[in-house]
Design a protein around this ligand. Structure first.
Ligand code: HEC
Ligand code: HEC
Length: 365
């Protein structure tokens, strides 16, 4: 597949030419036929594709030509749906600019809601049934008569084992398993975690290794070319901000410093569990929402999102199966769900306070 090799090469050359500090390459420099979604990095561009798919209910191959599965180069070819999607991007931006002062209030999802042809016919059933719960994660203000965030965070730290034990856990290595939304079987996984906020996960899948790394300030996803059009994708912008907050929560003793402007929303429920909703803002302005189990005080869900030109890419992490490691409770299971997929992670063996080579957290190759 020569074209794929070209894409891969283009990115690699980009990285060699640029220092670690400079901006990652833009979509139009990596892909071949970008006409409207210019000026955004590759990770955000792939985010726009997941917004398209989730909003319209169309598969990647619906808007890209049928046989493009297996050959990323063919994604550059146009068909009717792809061209229609381009006009929709322009239409959406025009609606927001001319009616809402440029605020992103209308997105693909606003009209489409999961179907390629937005419904014109009002639904009588919808009108007379109880609506599905709103996705938490939108910006909230401190709700009246709710406790201060500090109180909930303190209770959380106590539930985990207390500040002293938390401070004594500085790293861990773990083995476990990974299974994706449409995978038939689990794949083995290795996890390396180091305070204050470094993590590398290696999933050894059938088609190759998928490595996700956060080195404390930068993040990368390295995946086989069967899964992603580019072998190494750097995490950028609000996605990086949100990821950083998520990684800081691996060692929650400093949780207060991870976010600012803490506020507590009205209690809500996840399934049959009551939860308290706490929200904070990252240094760069990204919003992170945390759900704490009302009974145990433990963190059960994190919701974050990044804004792309066509809508929000929302990520949700659900934590469960907390077990003690060196006196500290850590979640042995977590599920990351976002517009583009669902990943189930499970730890089977955890070794606390191991020495981890700094190279483990370097940019994957
Ligand atoms: C609703 C239609 C639609 C869906 C669904 C869609 N895409 Fe796209 N895709 C587009 C459009 C439109 C462009 C070109 C964007 C532009 O011109 O700025 C594009 C461009 C691309 C490109 C760049 C190709 C090149 O070299 O120019 C890749 C890669 C891609 N899409 C991957 C995907 C993947 C993976 C999915 C599934 C997660 C997906 N797309 C789903 C409409 C779609
Ligand atoms: C203001 C409402 C609105 C917004 C916003 C909107 N669409 Fe649409 N879209 C429509 C309507 C209505 C149709 C169907 C038009 C028709 O039936 O001819 C449509 C049709 C489409 C189609 C063609 C589907 C088919 O089966 O022919 C695609 C693809 C599409 N939209 C993608 C998008 C994408 C991607 C976005 C976000 C960038 C978006 N739309 C934003 C209203 C909207």
């Amino acid at each position: 597949m020569p074209v794929v090799a070209f894409v891969f090469l283009a990115v690699d050359v980009g990285f060699v030419a640029l220092s670690a500090q400079t901006a990652p390459p833009m979509a139009e420099n990596v892909f071949k036929n970008i006409q409207v979604l210019k000026g955004i990095p590759v990770d955000q561009f792939m985010g726009t594709m997941s917004v398209f798919s989730s909003a319209t209910g169309l598969n990647c191959t619906d808007c890209h030509i049928e046989d493009s599965g297996g050959d990323w180069g063919k994604y550059a070819d146009d068909n009717a749906l792809k061209q229609r999607a381009r006009t929709m991007v322009v239409m959406m931006a025009t609606i927001n600019r001319t009616n809402f002062g440029g605020r992103q209030v209308v997105t693909c999802f606003t009209c489409h809601r999961g179907s390629s042809r937005p419904t014109v016919m009002p639904s009588i059933d919808l009108l007379y049934s109880s609506p599905p719960p709103d996705e938490p994660g939108d910006l909230i203000a401190q709700a009246p008569r709710q406790p201060a965030a500090d109180q909930i965070l303190d209770r959380y730290l106590q539930a985990l084992g207390g500040p002293q034990r938390l401070a004594a856990l500085r790293s861990y290595t773990a083995k476990g398993t990974y299974i994706g939304f449409d995978d038939a079987e689990k794949s083995p996984m290795e996890v390396y975690v180091k305070a204050p906020a470094q993590r590398t996960m290696i999933v050894r899948g059938r088609s190759g290794n998928t490595t996700t790394t956060f080195d404390g300030s930068a993040g990368w996803l390295a995946a086989p070319l069967t899964d992603r059009p580019v072998a190494l994708i750097e995490t950028t912008g609000q996605e990086l901000e949100g990821l950083k907050a998520e990684m800081q929560l691996l060692f929650p003793a400093q949780i207060r410093q991870a976010l600012t402007n803490w506020r507590v929303g009205f209690p809500t429920a996840i399934g049959d569990r009551d939860v308290q909703l706490v929200q904070g803002t990252t240094a760069g302005g990204a919003v992170v929402t945390l759900c704490f189990d009302a009974e145990t005080g433990l963190l059960t869900r994190l919701v974050r999102f990044s804004v792309t030109p066509v809508g929000r890419v929302a990520t949700r992490v659900d934590y469960s199966d907390y077990r003690e490691v060196a006196g500290v409770k850590i979640p042995f299971k977590w599920t990351t769900t976002w517009l583009g997929g669902r990943s189930n992670y499970e730890l089977t063996a955890v070794e606390p306070n191991t020495a981890i080579d700094a190279a483990r957290f370097a940019r994957p190759r």
